[in-house]
Design a protein around this ligand. Structure first.
Ligand SMILES: Nc1ncnc2c1ncn2[C@@H]1O[C@H](COP(=O)(O)OP(=O)(O)OP(=O)(O)O)[C@@H](O)[C@H]1O
Ligand SMILES: [Mg+2]
Length: 367
């Protein structure tokens, strides 16, 4: 087994990792890539500590390396507070980064002013979790989509046709039924489709979808995911799909990356990650995902005392003072001595090409 970069060095002074497209399909062009991406939010100090105390920061994202390819969905999975949204916001240029590099088609992204941001946003668009909050309640669908087309210089000669095309692309047909509606007159799923249409108004190459279906009724989630898949296939978009739900990653994403407490812990093709998880944290995520087969005679019949030890229960750590070594070690049911002190790099896992885990269990040299 070999080391493939990532996870080197001290968490407090991250060094960018090698921008290796782990788990990627070689011939698809890379649209967006991040190497060693890091974001620390300074913590405001009060009283005397403001003058004398140490500078503290929430180490929300540390040394994240990922690649988005044309026509491919990459899922970013992890529990609440693991840093998923921060990664998306960094990739969208909404936050300045503490460290690391972002490249769009191989060129480093450097957003210094509004004009550069608009040019970047035309190519990399974000979709948020709550379509009701992201659409302005006092404006109609027509207003939202017209504005997007105009901002990105895509209104064209026939605005009405461009608007209808956008609505048709998100399967809101006939378009005239929806175009003059206000957000409150639409269902949650339709609102999210409008938000997606608005993102498409920029004609982007990458879509960063931050939990795009988690606020929707279960019955309509699949429809919206199928729409995103259709856009991936027809428009060859590179899609980052952020979710808590590792089961939906298997269904929808080609590749899955797992994040824990600000760091990537495992990656590979979605089938392998969900069927043969290597990292103890990924196993915990899969064990705790609702699975109808397990509900009968499953967890309910276990001795409650057994569950924590077996499933690595516990709280995610503080990101102001994260655990040394592997950040998962305090919860890990198979933690070894070195996990407490040494940060594991990415190790290849032999079962499938491109499958890796940042876990000392896979250190071939130690076997
Ligand atoms: N603007 C901010 N200022 C300070 N801390 C922040 C800020 N944004 C996020 N954080 C912290 O960074 C960490 C990661 O947050 P983030 O929102 O990226 O997690 P997440 O994985 O998206 O969680 P969720 O699944 O709940 O959306 C959290 O500890 C959060 O409190
Ligand atoms: Mg989030």
């Amino acid at each position: 087994m070999t080391e493939t970069g990532d996870g080197r060095g001290d968490a407090a002074a991250p060094a960018p990792s090698d921008p290796i497209a782990v788990g990627s399909e070689g011939d698809l062009p890379v649209v967006l890539e991040a190497a060693g991406l890091t974001k620390h939010f300074p913590v405001r100090r009060r009283g005397r500590a403001a003058l004398t105390g140490p500078r503290r920061a929430v180490q929300a994202v540390d040394d994240v390396t990922l690649t988005l390819q044309r026509g491919r969905v990459t899922a970013l999975v992890g529990e609440s507070g693991s840093g998923k949204s921060t990664v998306a916001r960094l990739l969208a240029g909404l936050y300045p980064r503490t460290g690391g590099d972002i490249k769009l088609h191989g060129e480093t992204v450097n957003i210094k002013h509004g004009k550069a941001f608009r040019a970047y946003a035309r190519r990399v668009q974000m979709i948020f979790q709550d379509p009701f909050a992201s659409l302005n309640p006092v404006h109609t669908v027509r207003y939202h989509l017209t504005r997007a087309l105009k901002i990105h210089g895509r209104a064209g000669d026939d605005l009405e046709k461009s608007l209808h095309d956008l609505l048709s692309r998100v399967q809101m047909t006939p378009p005239e039924r929806y175009i003059d509606k206000f957000p409150h007159e639409l269902s949650g799923g339709q609102r999210q489709r409008v938000a997606i249409a608005r993102a498409l108004g920029a004609d982007p190459e990458a879509l960063l979808a931050d939990e795009p279906v988690s606020m929707l009724d279960v019955s309509i989630r699949l429809g919206v995911l199928n729409l995103l898949r259709d856009l991936k296939e027809r428009l060859h978009l590179a899609i980052l799909y952020i979710t808590h739900d590792i089961a939906s990653a298997r269904y929808f994403a080609d590749e899955t990356m797992v994040m824990y407490a600000g760091r990537m812990v495992e990656g590979g093709d979605s089938e392998t990650i969900t069927q043969n998880p290597a990292h103890p944290y990924t196993r915990l995520l899969i064990d705790s995902a609702p699975d109808p087969d397990r509900l009968v005679g499953g967890a309910a019949e276990l001795d409650p005392g057994e569950v924590p030890a077996e499933r690595g229960a516990g709280e995610p750590p503080s990101l102001i003072d994260p655990p040394s070594g592997c950040r998962f070690h305090p919860r890990c049911p198979v933690a070894m001595e070195r996990c407490k002190t040494d940060l594991p790099p990415r190790f290849e896992v032999d079962d499938a090409p491109g499958h890796w885990a940042a876990c000392w269990l896979y250190d071939g040299a130690a076997r």
